[in-house]
Design a protein around this ligand. Structure first.
Ligand SMILES: [Zn+2]
Length: 218
């Protein structure tokens, strides 16, 4: 990079497909440092690259990155990552759609999602009690993102990331009085609501990309 003026280097980068741009980040430390930066100019380069890499008939992902991700993280999560983020097992392209958990910001294989989450049956969440299974306070669960799914013969359930549950539990029980905790829960609940609404848009984007081609097959 020392021999290429930086503006030329960046101009070249903005003309590359995401796979090539990513490969460039692996070439040397200085390329990596520049291309993983969160500055607006570098974010724009990745946006250009993402748009350039769009499939003509079914461009994806067309939404801008979610609040919780940089453009690079977004490109990685939607266009490049093909392994389980926990066990690193390769996931087939057609399976990625069901393994991309926007609620947890992770790609997980079927085994790891079972190991790393706790499941709470839908019905227990809506019972008129203050606590759900495992004596978890219901308002504590409202402070965490969740993935909803239907299990054959068992009904609907919500999955919560187990490590998040641990950290949020320790915070929940650390308050000195109930008023403080209630205020925190209120804030957190709003935060999660906003996050889940956003995640829903990205899940919808994935579903559209996945199911749209099938519309022409029937
Ligand atoms: Zn895995």
């Amino acid at each position: 990079m020392e021999t290429i003026p930086s503006e030329i280097f960046l101009e070249i980068c903005s003309q590359l497909y995401v796979k090539d741009l990513y490969t460039l980040t692996l070439v040397c430390r200085s390329y990596r440092k520049v291309l993983w930066s969160k500055t607006i100019s570098i974010q724009k380069i990745w946006t250009c690259s993402r748009v350039l890499s769009f499939d003509t008939y079914l461009p994806y992902p067309t939404l801008p990155p979610p609040k919780s991700m940089s453009e690079q993280e977004y490109v990685w999560f939607t266009m490049l990552a093909d392994k389980c983020s926990i066990c690193k097992t390769k996931i087939e392209k057609q399976e990625l759609f069901v393994c991309r958990y926007w609620e947890f910001g992770r790609i997980c294989c079927k085994e790891c999602i079972e190991k790393k989450t706790i499941n709470v049956p839908f019905v227990t969440i809506f019972l008129n009690t203050r606590k759900v299974q495992n004596s978890l306070p219901k308002d504590l669960l409202e402070c965490m993102p969740y993935h909803e799914r239907h299990v054959f013969n068992l009904g609907d359930e919500r999955l919560y990331w187990a490590d998040d549950l641990q950290s949020i539990q320790s915070k929940y029980y650390a308050f000195e009085n109930e008023q403080q905790r209630d205020n925190w829960v209120k804030e957190k609940r709003e935060e999660v609501k906003e996050f889940m609404n956003e995640a829903f848009k990205y899940k919808w984007q994935d579903q559209y990309k996945y199911f749209f081609p099938y519309a022409f097959m029937v």
